[in-house]
Design a binder for this molecule. Structure first.
Ligand SMILES: *[C@@H]1O[C@H](CO)[C@@H](O)[C@H](O)[C@H]1NC(C)=O
Ligand SMILES: *[C@@H]1O[C@H](CO)[C@@H](O)[C@H](O)[C@H]1NC(C)=O
Ligand SMILES: *[C@@H]1O[C@H](CO)[C@@H](O)[C@H](O)[C@H]1NC(C)=O
Ligand SMILES: *[C@@H]1O[C@H](CO)[C@@H](O)[C@H](O)[C@H]1NC(C)=O
Length: 469
């Protein structure tokens, strides 16, 4: 204990800064000097569940909530006006909203730069707007249970660089555009399950934004625009809107796009001619091409199978991706209609990553893949300069091996193929009905691979079989 007491103040503060406020409070019982120290640490991490949950039913017991609130009041009182860097505040039902307001205003006034809030108080809690005219806040995370009720323009956060909104709700009349205008230095915006956005017309507009993460925020809004000329990274996972009137993303370097479709939309996308009712999803899904055109300068582009499905409707208006080096997609059970167009429109592609080669076979197959025999076999890959192909989720079927063999034959610049086997090894060759064919195919693959480096991960026996033939 003496040794601990003799540590220099800065070191003690540093150690305490890694503990939650309650842990630090407990630790500080050990040493009187330390007790005063924890109160003056640079970080405050208050989670009411740590105080109230350890024993079942404790929260309900008389006086427990009150003593939690008194503890926080006391800590803040002891800290006085000392500056503070990082504060995390998590409170649930039963805590007094007025006191929560006071705590937040207290730490904002003391220049907190990194603030995380998750406050669930029965009714949705509204942050007090007064506190959010703040020149010190650099990182703000607003978690569940909070209603963004900062109407009437009270908010102004000129230093804010990172804003994370998780399961919060925008109140009526408060638009994303207003929030972004109040954060002129914002570089990172993450919106996860944000509700209450304007369903008719929403725009992410920011000249400073570099990284944007959207996880189901819009739920089929009518139009969605990106006016983000400095954006470098986009993660976009949502239902597809009817239109993208503006897609200003010319500086984007990496895009990861996961579009959600209902089964009904997939059906309409696949057979557009069989549906000509007023919904006309196929028509609106075509607008995805506008987003594609907006991101045409990307260097790395990844998407999942449902996005591939939507892109099959945009083949005619697919832009040329002149800077694209890495293209990755999950193929799942989608159609491959867009794949030939994508490969033709990426004149400088270096790496192709495909998770799951087994797609849905359609009449238009047989160009990039080898599903349907046709005369102009391999046409669109003959001009593709791809050097490396990474295949994940390989399950060891004949169709996959035939396809890899086709790639080896037609991609003119191919140097490496990396295959990662899904789960266990592929079916034992003797379990495969066409075992002789399988062996012959493997042999053919091996000979073709002599000029190309083929590596298989995750399955020793397949690997040895390949090289032993
Ligand atoms: C949608 O919003 C943008 C920018 O806020 C505006 O220019 C455009 O006119 C709006 N469109 C509609 C249909 O309201
Ligand atoms: C785009 O990126 C380049 C290089 O990273 C940078 O110099 C330029 O300022 C960026 N443009 C915008 C509008 O952010
Ligand atoms: C594609 O991404 C969306 C959004 O995350 C998801 O809802 C959908 O299930 C994904 N599709 C597949 C086939 O994984
Ligand atoms: C995006 O799609 C891929 C492929 O379906 C999936 O593995 C990934 O988890 C998805 N991400 C999200 C956040 O939906």
């Amino acid at each position: 204990m003496d040794r601990v007491s003799n540590l220099p103040d800065e070191l003690l503060c540093h150690i305490l800064s890694f503990l939650t406020t309650k842990e630090a409070a407990l630790t500080s019982i050990l040493s009187k000097r330390w007790r005063n120290m924890f109160v003056f640490g640079p970080n405050l991490d208050i989670d009411d569940s740590e105080f109230l949950y350890p024993q079942e039913g404790k929260r309900e017991r008389d006086g427990v909530l009150e003593s939690f609130m008194e503890f926080v009041d006391r800590v803040l009182e002891l800290q006085g006006t000392s500056t503070i860097n990082k504060v995390s505040l998590k409170c649930r039902t039963g805590v007094d909203a007025k006191r929560v307001d006071r705590w937040i205003c207290n730490v904002l006034a003391r220049g907190v730069s990194n603030l995380g809030l998750s406050i669930v108080l029965g009714d949705r809690y509204r942050l007090h707007p007064r506190g959010f005219e703040n020149r010190k806040l650099v990182k703000l995370k607003i978690g569940s249970g909070i209603d963004l009720g900062w109407c009437n323009g009270a908010i102004y956060l000129p230093m804010l660089k990172t804003l994370v909104l998780e399961s919060v709700e925008f109140c009526a009349d408060y638009k994303l555009k207003m929030l972004l205008a109040a954060c002129p230095a914002l570089e990172v915006l993450e919106m996860d399950n944000v509700k209450g956005l304007d369903h008719s017309n929403e725009t992410v507009s920011s000249a400073s934004l570099k990284s944007l993460i959207i996880k189901s925020s819009l739920v089929s809004s009518a139009t969605f625009s990106f006016d983000t000329p400095s954006l470098v990274f986009l993660y976009y996972s949502d239902f597809v809107p009817e239109d993208y009137p503006l897609a200003n993303l010319q500086n984007l370097s990496e895009a990861r796009i996961n579009i959600s479709l209902t089964d009904d939309q997939v059906e309409r996308a696949r057979f557009p001619n069989e549906y000509d009712d007023e919904y006309d999803d196929a028509v609106r899904l075509v607008n995805m091409a506008k987003l594609m055109s907006g991101i045409r300068n990307v260097q790395r582009l990844y998407f999942n199978s449902t996005t591939l499905e939507v892109l099959s409707l945009c083949c005619e208006s697919m832009p040329v991706f002149n800077n694209l080096k890495v293209l990755g997609f999950y193929s799942g059970k989608s159609v491959w209609e867009a794949v030939p167009v994508l490969l033709k429109n990426c004149p400088h592609l270096e790496t192709l990553c495909i998770t799951g080669l087994l797609h849905l076979v359609t009449e238009t197959c047989g160009d990039v893949c080898d599903c349907i025999p046709r005369e102009d076999k391999g046409r669109s890959i003959a001009s593709c300069p791809v050097k490396g192909i990474e295949i994940e989720g390989f399950i060891g079927t004949m169709r996959e091996i035939t396809m890899i063999s086709h790639f080896l034959e037609y991609f003119p610049c191919l140097e490496d193929i990396l295959i990662t086997v899904e789960g266990n090894c592929p079916t034992n060759e003797f379990d495969v009905p066409e075992a002789t064919d399988f062996k012959a195919q493997m042999l053919e693959l091996y000979y073709k691979s002599l000029s190309c480096n083929v590596e298989i991960f995750g399955c020793e026996s397949l690997l040895t079989k390949l090289s032993a033939q």
